[in-house]
Write a protein that binds this ligand. Structure first.
Ligand code: GRE
Ligand code: ZN
Length: 327
């Protein structure tokens, strides 16, 4: 189909480029590096070739989230956001932008989100999981109370927040020891982001800010498959669950989350997600430059779904959620 919109589509600046290097063998890295630094060349040519009208761009991972000094994290976020905004201004018909945010300091992050949305015209934020704060071994997850004022600003601006994966720190990754192949997009990314999402759902955050909209990638990081069990395991035991939120976890998933198909181009997983959360909350994405645009597009264009669903997932859901004009 023509006119597809992708919203997990990455770029890098020189300062953050090396954060992506460790995920690839040396000979592949040269290719990834060329892909991620390019914006207006090969990227646009591939978008044309495979029917992608627009990419909503975001910085690579973990980038800002891995800079423990809040002041430095803020400076780097501003630098990346200014660079991104400048490039989007050259082709606003093909590119829009998600803000990188220094969540080491919730107040600085809120201010940068306001600047990005109100002054730079960005349509949301993309954040790479937990932030390292003060020192490399101190981390915070986004459900923690210090972040609630930040979420208030996000809700007030009414922009979606993309929760993107990063790897767990070594001290939290004992289960992957001697099994390095499970790190990154193979498995650890999904686990980390799924648990982070569940923390948000159980925290009561969406009772306080019911209009907050979170986006997660990779066909929902396993959550569409697992959500029934989260709410229904051991259902015979009274008061099985105790968490601050008022409703069932699945209700928050249904009302406050959207997923993209980034990097998970699998029909069986898509059909499951459509049955669990409806085609209104699923959006096309590729995960370029880490995945291929042709792999994503050729699969999606031929997937056995109705043309009405293909149009929603490929395009109109993103137009609505990000309030895009749509050329
Ligand atoms: C991603 O952004 O999803 C990603 C990385 C690094 C390696 C693979 C990958 O950030 O999919
Ligand atoms: Zn990604």
């Amino acid at each position: 189909m023509k006119g597809k919109i992708g919203l997990e589509e990455h770029f890098a600046i020189d300062d953050t480029l090396m954060d992506s290097k460790g995920f690839f063998p040396e000979e592949t890295w040269i290719e990834v590096r060329d892909r991620i630094m390019d914006l207006h060349g090969r990227r646009l040519r591939l978008m044309d070739e495979f029917g992608m009208e627009m990419m909503i761009l975001s910085l690579n991972a973990p980038a800002i989230q891995a800079i423990p000094d809040p002041k430095k994290a803020n400076e780097m976020a501003r630098k990346a956001n200014d660079y991104l905004a400048e490039n989007v201004r050259k082709r606003p018909d093909r590119f829009q932008a998600l803000a990188a945010l220094p969540l080491q300091d919730p107040d600085l992050a809120a201010k940068e989100l306001q600047r990005c949305v109100k002054e730079l015209g960005m349509v949301g934020a993309l954040v790479n999981g937990f932030s390292q704060i003060g020192d490399p071994n101190t981390i915070a997850y986004l459900d923690e109370k210090q972040y609630w004022p930040f979420w208030g600003v996000c809700a007030e601006l009414d922009v979606p927040f993309y929760l993107h994966p990063r790897n767990p720190l070594p001290q939290d990754a004992r289960i992957y020891k001697d099994h390095g192949w499970l790190m990154g997009p193979t498995w650890a990314f999904g686990h980390e982001t799924a648990v982070h999402s569940l923390r948000l759902m159980g925290s009561g955050l969406f009772d306080k800010y019911p209009n907050l909209q979170i986006v997660i990638g990779h066909m929902g990081e396993g959550l569409p498959f697992s959500m029934w069990r989260v709410d229904n395991c051991n259902a015979w035991i009274p008061n099985r669950h105790s968490y601050p939120a008022k409703k069932k976890i699945g209700e928050y998933f249904q009302n406050n989350f959207h997923i993209t198909v980034s990097g998970n181009f699998h029909t069986q997983a898509l059909l499951n997600a459509m049955m669990v959360m409806s085609s209104d909350r699923i959006m096309f994405s590729t995960d370029w430059p880490f995945e291929n645009i042709d792999h994503a597009a050729l699969w999606f264009d031929a997937a056995p779904i109705s043309e009405a669903d293909r149009l929603k997932i490929g395009r109109t859901n993103a137009l609505k959620l990000f309030k895009l004009k749509g050329a």
